[in-house]
Design a protein around this ligand. Sequence first.
Ligand SMILES: N[C@@H](CCC(=O)N[C@@H](CS)C(=O)NCC(=O)O)C(=O)O
Length: 212
Amino acid sequence: MELKLYHCRDTRSMRPFWTLEELGIDYELIKLPMWPRFNYENYLEINSLGTVPTLTDGAVTMTESAAMTQYLVDKYGSDSSLAIKPDESDYGEYLNWLHRSDTTLTFPQTLVLRYSTFEKPERLSPQIVDDYTKWFLSRVKCVERALQTRDYLCGGRFTIADIAVHYALYFARMLNLDVKFGPRTKAYLDRLMERPAFQRCLEKQADMEVPF
Ligand SMILES: N[C@@H](CCC(=O)N[C@@H](CS)C(=O)NCC(=O)O)C(=O)O
């Protein structure tokens, strides 16, 4: 099979995983243990960063989850409503959400996780956890504001921008940061997760190790 997704449970690979399920195309899901990923059959030769996800499609190798969602819909979903086209008025908004999903909304949470859980005891840092929790909670208010006037982030429909931003909200729920979300953001997260394609992802990863 040409399309291969290297996946660890509940990580950013949920973004391309869910997109593949929404598109209903054939792909191979390669399940990696979160720790240590590097031991998996020369994984570093496939992705020298050692991160997940990795998407390969023949000679193409990608390591950025939001970009993968865009690649998949542009290449395999030409008729799909999951993408917003350059001639639609929300195209700029769409790209902004896609990029914001990881750089602005997911990244600060990785510092919260690292300095609350993953570091050695002497390097754990309540200060960093507190600072980046505040950083995240202030940035994520943009989702609540957007949802004041719409059900989905752009284009008046469910798109990969929702899939990409969803992961930041889902991650926040794993870190118990969602208790501070506004009511629209909470309801949006619950609603997105009811989609059959997302539920299929949960079923397909149910036998995998919980990453943290
Ligand atoms: N910007 C990348 C980040 C990838 C990333 O950092 N993935 C995490 C899991 S969600 C990871 O592999 N962390 C372990 C590490 O950095 O070694 C993306 O959106 O895919």
